[in-house]
Design a protein around this ligand. Structure first.
Ligand code: ACO
Length: 374
């Protein structure tokens, strides 16, 4: 057994997956063999969700059935609405999402059934209900009246509707849909690996997704899209951007929304999201953040050769859409539930307990001294 420590499991291949891959030959993230960019151009989010969960794109009958199941399951129990109502208003919505999924596990009639069929049904229920729980908290903490889900609306439209009481123009909905497609899956990232690790003890899907949400919250992972916006708000105006970034780099600060464990010369999802960020900025007649974006990006590449990741364009895009900054990572959750669920099912299908080793560097053997003699 090798004693070489690979901190952060850097470069370690721990298992096989059929779900996604960054294909160098097309320089793109692919889901089940399809490039994420092509999917953004040709599909709506629900089709991609179906693809990731079911291994192939749906035909129109399959899509209709999937959409019906997603729409029929959006409602929360009275109990869960009550719990959300009683959550501290200052809670981070990621903690709300984590708690809500955990409660869904208490309420789900199939919690202890981890068969592939039950897991797929539960995955869709978690996928359908989590946006409703988040939107409920979005409004409750502002003292606004709850808006129940609307079955006539798509996944993205319904999220806007439940948060704001209206659906924006279709270009904005498309930009949101694209962000969800790009966020849906990314192989063995931290939160997915967390979900797989929890699953490897044969625990249940609600527990695995609860753990994955906690993992995604961190600023080195999903939490970065919120940090990007905090940074942009601090910078305020394009005139301040160069000075700000040079100062940050001189202090060796980590600049949020840049760098990636897998992509070292650019995140393949960024150009697509950048394009939709520009579309939203144009509709909103606000180019301020785009200008800041360009200056920071240019300087990071020039000075550090570090490229933006997906969180860099999604942060300001969600801001322009009107979402509160602390809802950016929860939006990521609503999409990544799909990737996590596919991985949980894949782990169950060929499970091996995940249990690495550590090189011990603590005390040598010591004898216990009785309390009255210490
Ligand atoms: N800003 C400044 N320097 C950076 C950044 C950054 N964002 N990212 C990497 N570097 C530097 C590191 O300081 C390090 O320099 P050194 O070799 O001189 O010490 C070098 O680049 C390598 O970086 P690591 O942190 O070792 O790379 P790793 O693969 O472990 O980390 C990570 C990747 C955590 C994403 C890192 O780039 C980072 O902290 N980025 C900012 C947070 C962020 O945007 N996270 C979102 C990732 S995408 C997602 O989860 C959806």
């Amino acid at each position: 057994m090798s004693n070489v420590i690979k901190k952060g499991l850097l470069g370690i291949v721990v298992d096989e997956t059929e779900i996604s891959k960054v294909m160098p030959e097309i320089n793109s993230l692919t889901y089940r063999g399809y490039s994420a960019q092509d999917l953004c151009a040709a599909c709506k989010f629900e089709e991609v969700a179906y693809l990731i969960l079911n291994k192939d794109l749906p035909n129109s009958i399959q899509l209709k059935k999937f959409e019906k199941e997603e729409r029929d399951n959006r409602g929360l129990t009275k109990n869960l609405y009550e719990i959300i109502k009683h959550m501290p208003k200052k809670s981070h919505p990621m903690d709300v999402a984590r708690t809500a999924v955990s409660v869904m596990g208490l309420e789900d009639k199939e919690t202890s059934n981890s068969s592939p069929e039950a897991n797929l049904r539960k995955a869709i229920r978690i996928f359908s209900k989590t946006p409703t729980a988040l939107a409920a908290f979005y409004r409750i903490r502002k003292g606004q009246k709850l808006i129940k889900p609307n079955k006539n609306l798509s996944f993205s439209e319904n999220f806007f509707y439940m948060c704001f009481g209206k659906v924006p123009q279709k270009e904005i909905v498309k930009a949101f849909d694209v962000s969800l497609i790009l966020y849906a899956e990314h192989s063995f990232n931290v939160s997915t690996f967390t979900a797989r690790t929890i699953t490897s003890s044969l625990s249940d899907i609600h527990g695995a997704i609860t753990g994955a949400i906690a993992s995604l919250k961190g600023p080195l992972h999903g939490g970065a899209n919120e940090e990007v916006m905090h940074m942009m708000k601090k910078i305020k105006k394009p005139e301040n951007a160069l000075k700000w970034i040079k100062n940050a780099l001189s202090k060796k600060q980590v600049v949020m929304g840049f760098g990636h464990r897998v992509y070292k010369s650019g995140d393949s999802r960024v150009p697509t999201m950048r394009e939709y960020f520009a579309k939203v900025a144009k509709i909103k007649k606000n180019k301020n953040y785009e200008k800041i974006y360009d200056i920071i990006e240019k300087t990071m590449i020039k000075e550090k050769n570090i490229y933006p990741n997906i969180d860099f364009p999604t942060g300001p895009t969600y801001h322009l859409m009107g979402f509160d900054t602390d809802f950016f990572t929860p939006i990521f959750v609503t999409s990544r539930i799909i990737g996590w669920s596919a991985h949980i099912m894949e782990q169950h299908a060929a499970n091996k307990l995940i249990r690495p080793l550590a090189k011990y560097k603590g005390n040598k053997y010591r004898q216990v001294i009785q309390l009255n003699q210490r």
